[in-house]
Design a protein around this ligand. Structure first.
Ligand SMILES: [Zn+2]
Length: 418
C-alpha cells in the first residue's frame, strides 16, 4: 500500500491553483490534471461507478461489504467523503517543492528557497506537538497545498484500507473530489442527487482533533458612491469626488468589529476590496456572523454610517447592496444528530481528543448542508493555509485516516436495529 505521505507529495507537486472571476468551470483547466489522475487511481484501487462529469467533479463508490446476514445490511445510510483539488489563488501553486522533515527537532524552520520565510515556533504552537515526528513544509516560494491535498490523500488511503481489509465493516461510501472550492464555487454544479449520500464529511479542516459543525453566515455588502467628474482645471463647485465620500465611509468602519480584532464567535465587518475614481467608487465589504440574524445588525451599522456621511457630500449618491454568500451549517444540520455523534466517536476511536471548533469562514459543507446534505468537516493536519509558511503534520494526517476509517464503521454499528 502506498503511504498517505507519498500520495500527498505526488498530489502537492501538481499545480491546481484556481482563479477568481473566471468564465469557465472549473476556473482553471489544470485542475483537471489532478481530477483525471484521481479518477484513474480510484479505478485502480477498485472503487465502483468512478465517473468524472463535464464540470470536473469526480465521484466513486466503495460498495457496502455488510453480508446479507448482517443485521445492518441495507440499513446503513450512504456516507460521503469530500475533498477539493484546487489551491488558493492567493499564493503560487506552481512548482511546489515539498520539504519533508523527519524527526523534527523543534525550533524555527527557515525555508531553503527563500530564507526570509520562516515558520516560527512562537506563531505555531502546533509545532511543539510534532517534535520527533514528520512534518512537510514548502521551500518558501509557494504554498504547500495541504489545503486540501492532505484531505485527498486521507480519503484515498482510507478508501484503500476499506477495500483491502475485510474487518472494516461499512455501508456504501461515496467519494467526491471537487474543483474551485477556494474561489467559492466548489459546490456550484455539485449534483447532490447523483452523489447519493445521506450524510457527508469534507476532509478539509486543519489541526489535530478539530471538528467543525459551525461556520460563519456570510453576506457581501457593496457600497457604491456616484460622484461627478470633470477636468480638475474647471472643477470648482462642479466636481463631486466619490473618493472623498468613500474615504469618510471607510474611516467610520468599526475597528473593534474587524477580523484583526475579533476571534471565536465574534462577528465582523471587513472592508475587503476597493476601487475608485472621481466619478465612481466601489467598496466590497464582508459581513460575517455565526448568528445569521446578526447579519442584519451589521447591515444596519453600514446604513448608519452612510446616513452620517451622506449630508457631508450632498451631491454624491451612495448606494448599499447586500448579496447572500453562505449560511452557518448549524442552521441546516437537521435533527438527526448521528452525523455529528458518529464523527465525534470516530475521532475518539482514532485516539485523538476531539474538539468542536467554529470556522471563521465557510466550507463547501456550508452550502451542501444548506442544500440538504448535512456535511460537517474533519481535520487534516495542515497549518497556515494559503501562504508560503503552510506546513503539514504527517502524524495528524495519519490520525485523520484512522478517524475516517473508524467513521464508516461507527455508522455501520449505529445504524443497527435496537
Ligand atoms: Zn480547503
Amino acid at each position: 500500500m502506498e503511504r498517505a505521505l507519498e500520495r500527498f507529495l505526488r498530489y502537492a507537486r501538481i499545480d491546481t491553483q484556481s482563479k477568481d472571476d473566471a468564465e469557465t468551470y472549473p476556473s482553471t483547466a489544470k485542475q483537471l490534471d489532478l481530477l483525471n489522475l484521481l479518477a484513474q487511481e480510484l479505478r485502480g484501487l477498485g472503487l465502483k461507478d468512478v465517473a468524472i462529469d463535464q464540470y470536473g467533479y469526480v465521484m466513486a463508490t466503495i460498495p457496502s461489504n455488510l453480508p446479507a446476514t448482517h443485521p445492518g445490511h441495507g440499513k446503513v445510510p450512504a456516507i460521503g467523503l469530500i475533498a477539493h483539488v484546487d489551491t488558493s489563488p492567493s499564493t503560487s501553486g506552481a512548482d511546489v517543492r515539498p520539504q519533508v522533515i523527519e524527526n523534527y527537532k523543534g525550533g524555527d524552520i527557515t525555508l531553503r528557497g527563500d530564507p526570509t520565510v520562516v515558520i516560527r515556533m512562537a506563531e505555531n504552537p502546533e509545532l511543539t506537538k510534532n517534535i520527533g515526528k514528520t512534518i512537510v513544509t514548502t521551500d518558501g516560494t509557494t504554498l504547500l497545498g495541504a489545503d486540501d491535498k492532505a484531505g485527498i490523500a486521507i480519503i484515498m488511503t482510507a478508501a484503500e484500507q476499506m477495500l483491502t481489509n475485510p474487518n472494516i465493516m461499512h455501508g456504501d461510501v461515496r467519494v467526491a473530489f471537487t474543483p474551485d472550492e477556494e474561489v467559492g464555487n466548489g459546490t456550484k454544479f455539485f449534483d447532490i442527487k447523483r452523489f447519493g449520500a445521506q450524510f457527508a464529511y469534507t476532509v478539509d479542516g486543519d489541526r489535530l482533533g478539530e471538528l467543525n459543525k459551525e461556520t460563519f453566515s456570510a453576506n457581501l455588502a457593496t457600497i457604491t458612491v456616484h460622484g461627478r467628474n470633470i477636468h480638475p482645471g474647471t472643477a470648482k463647485n462642479v466636481m463631486v469626488n466619490s473618493i472623498r465620500a468613500m474615504a469618510d465611509i471607510i474611516t467610520r468602519m468599526p475597528k473593534q468589529i474587524a477580523p484583526e480584532t475579533t476571534e471565536g464567535y465574534e462577528p465582523y465587518i471587513h472592508p475587503h476590496a476597493l476601487q475608485g475614481e472621481e466619478a465612481k467608487s466601489t467598496l466590497k465589504i464582508l459581513l460575517r456572523d455565526f448568528n445569521t440574524a446578526g447579519l442584519d445588525v451589521l447591515k444596519k451599522r453600514l446604513e448608519d454610517i452612510i446616513a452620517e456621511v451622506q449630508p457631508l457630500h450632498p451631491k454624491a449618491r451612495i448606494e448599499l447592496t447586500i448579496t447572500e454568500q453562505y449560511r452557518n451549517m448549524r442552521d441546516h444540520m437537521g435533527n438527526d444528530t448521528r452525523v455529528l455523534d458518529c464523527l465525534w466517536e470516530a475521532a475518539r476511536r482514532a485516539g485523538v481528543e476531539p474538539k468542536w471548533v467554529p470556522i471563521r469562514g465557510g466550507t463547501d459543507g456550508s452550502r451542501l448542508t444548506e442544500k440538504g446534505l448535512p456535511t460537517p468537516n474533519i481535520f487534516t493536519g495542515g497549518n497556515n493555509y494559503h501562504g508560503k509558511t503552510e506546513w503539514l503534520s504527517v502524524y495528524a494526517m495519519e490520525k485523520s485516516i484512522d478517524a475516517v476509517v473508524s467513521l464508516v464503521q461507527v455508522w455501520a454499528e449505529k445504524s443497527l436495529p435496537v
